[in-house]
Write a protein that binds this ligand. Structure first.
Ligand code: CP3
Length: 322
């Protein structure tokens, strides 16, 4: 969950010299950034340094990360003709640099730490492509979904096929687990999720599950969608901090594991409160068939790296005792 990034001085030093896209596209640099949190905090798994938006460029929708604004898509896709022009790429054509980075990272990790690859889910990718960047209400995205269902389904089908191929390619290149980020899906009702999203997410996850590595299915503010997200697929369900893990486990049952779910802002809280919240999460996760301790969402840029190290050490200590 932004394991690497602006909260780390080592990362900021590299970002002073290179843009985010330059870091992603250069396998040596991507390897270096991926290893930063592993070396600094001794986390149990490395997260590939890349971005969920990278497939947009080879599909035909170039973008940049503008300073202070986040992602900006140069020509947002808003009608049928634009959706038709999007290419359903093979990951080797246009995303080969990510696959090269995975191979290089695995070599550097030398079997000591597993590597998690990832991709964005169709709704979350579509929200950036259609809105042109970040959005507070996904108005244009939902407008297409409700008013042009055929165009919507064509877009979702293109994304779900690209992402299915991309996750398989990451696993083939050496990823030991993969995570599908459906970060903004929590803005949808249960009915809309079932009708407009689930078949496409299922196309990805039901197939990628067959590759035999753990597949993490992640959303934010998606408590009401958990049962449907489980139906869509994944061997691990990500849970944000607004849903207690024991409640999530009651909904999900014991045949999937859970991931989560510390509020990223608790990393800035006094150590006593932070410790209490970590312990609370570990206690609530006890009934799960498996638990990946994680933040409920992305780490904030002004987070103190010492707080991250504190939590990693605390979880290691507590789970060793258990
Ligand atoms: O270590 C890691 O976590 C791996 C790298 C990673 C990045 N992006 C690099 C990055 C991962 C896993 C992502 C996923 C991602 N990217 C998501 C899903 C996760 C989530 O937050 O819900 C999304 C929605 C994106 C799209 C994206 N990338 C946005 C909206 C932004 C700008 C937001 C901001 O913080 O300014 C990015 C930029 C980005 N991607 C950064 C990093 C480390 C910010 C740092 C920088 O500018 O150097």
């Amino acid at each position: 969950m932004r394991q690497a990034g602006r909260y780390m001085p080592e990362y900021r030093a590299l970002r002073a010299k290179y843009t985010l896209l330059e870091l992603c596209k250069n396998p040596e640099l991507a390897t270096q950034v991926t290893l930063q949190p592993v070396n600094a905090h001794h986390v149990d798994a490395a997260i590939l340094f890349a971005d969920i938006l990278l497939p947009l460029e080879p599909m035909g929708a170039p973008f940049e990360f503008a300073k202070g604004e986040g992602p900006v898509i140069h020509e947002p896709v808003r009608d049928r003709a634009a959706v038709e022009r999007l290419r359903v790429i093979e990951p080797e054509d246009g995303l080969g640099y990510v696959l090269d980075a995975i191979k290089m990272i695995r070599k550097e990790l030398d079997g000591k730490t597993p590597l998690i690859g990832f991709a964005g889910a169709p709704f979350t990718l579509a929200s950036y492509l259609i809105e042109g960047g970040k959005s507070s209400n996904y108005a244009l995205t939902k407008r297409m979904m409700y008013n042009e269902p055929e165009t919507w389904n064509l877009l979702m089908s293109k994304f779900s096929e690209v992402v299915r191929r991309y996750l398989h390619a990451q696993i083939k290149a050496g990823a030991n687990a993969v995570q599908l980020f459906d970060s903004w899906v929590g803005s949808l009702s249960v009915t809309d999720y079932e009708q407009f999203i689930l078949p496409h997410v299922s196309h990805i996850l039901k197939d990628v599950e067959k590759a035999g590595v753990p597949v993490i299915h992640f959303g934010v503010h998606s408590a009401s969608l958990l049962a449907l997200q489980k139906r869509a697929g994944g061997t691990v369900l990500g849970v944000d901090w607004t849903t207690p893990l024991d409640h999530a486990i009651d909904i999900l049952g014991k045949d999937v594991a859970v991931q989560g779910n510390l509020d990223p802002l608790l990393l800035g809280a006094p150590r006593e409160l932070l410790t209490a919240r970590v312990d609370d999460i570990l206690r609530r996760a006890k009934g799960a068939s498996g638990h990946i301790f994680n933040l409920g969402h992305g780490i904030l840029p002004d987070t103190d790296p010492d707080a991250v190290k504190f939590v990693v050490d605390l979880v290691h200590e507590r789970t060793k005792q258990a």
